[in-house]
Ligand binder design. Structure first.
Ligand code: ADP
Ligand code: ZN
Length: 209
């Protein structure tokens, strides 16, 4: 089963993806993580991506589509995956349809007023876990692996505003795109803990598997 995760920045895509990956044995592919790894590694792609990411803009489609197209040919992607952060506009969705089969689009719907606080209070670990400062009680290390927590470079109010704009202008139209194809599954991600949202997703997903 190949799933697309849709949702505004801060909707909880990454958090839900890591739980879903474990339960349903699906590979989690995050384009944001791929770009951040490239920035860390100092690659050409990383240098290019950084300027767009810092501005809250999308990395050019040609670069992004090539990366995903290649990643989906790896052996570990042949048994089902979740795409987190791709597609992010209608062009990317059209391209994806040329090189992959999408079974389901899981849309995590969160009230826009909650997003700013969620993202600006987010702290992440290199292992992929993320936390919110309000639940850390002053702790600065990851409960899962002990790694040092840090704030993502683009999790500052200015860049977040731009990312939300980009989302509503370019990514939100995908909700309709997948609805028309009969592939849309929307869950409310604004109320309840990550575990409660996860439980809700599992109930819906189990009906479709
Ligand atoms: P979030 O969903 O919280 O904004 P991501 O880690 O998914 O975070 O993405 C961070 C940044 O990486 C985006 O703001 C964008 O600049 C870039 N990016 C990620 N995925 C894509 C994509 N599919 N197309 C273009 N740019 C992307
Ligand atoms: Zn960790």
């Amino acid at each position: 089963m190949n799933i697309i995760l849709l949702g505004a920045p801060g909707a909880g895509k990454g958090t839900q993806a890591s739980m879903l990956a474990e339960k349903y044995n699906l590979l989690h592919i995050s384009t944001g993580d791929i770009f951040r790894a490239n920035i860390k590694g100092g690659t050409e792609i990383g240098k290019l991506a950084k300027s767009y990411m810092d501005a809250g803009l999308l990395v050019p489609d040609s670069v992004t589509c090539d990366i995903v197209k290649d990643r989906l040919t790896w052996e570990d992607a042949q048994h089902g995956y979740m795409l987190d952060g791709f597609p992010r506009n209608l062009y990317q969705a059209g391209e994806l349809d040329k090189f992959a089969t999408v079974d389901l689009c899981l849309n995590i719907d969160v009230d826009v007023n909650l997003l700013m606080d969620r993202i600006c209070g987010r702290r992440v670990c290199a292992c992929g876990e993320s936390y919110h400062v309000s639940t850390l009680n002053g702790k600065t290390t990851c409960a899962k692996c002990g790694g040092e927590l840090y704030r993502r470079a683009d999790d500052n109010p200015e860049t977040v505003k731009a990312r939300l704009n980009t989302y509503f202008e370019q990514t939100a139209p995908l909700i309709d795109y997948y609805k028309k194809q009969g592939k849309l599954l929307t869950v409310r991600g604004g109320k309840g803990s990550p575990n409660e949202v996860f439980a809700q997703i599992c109930v819906e997903l189990d009906k479709r598997i």
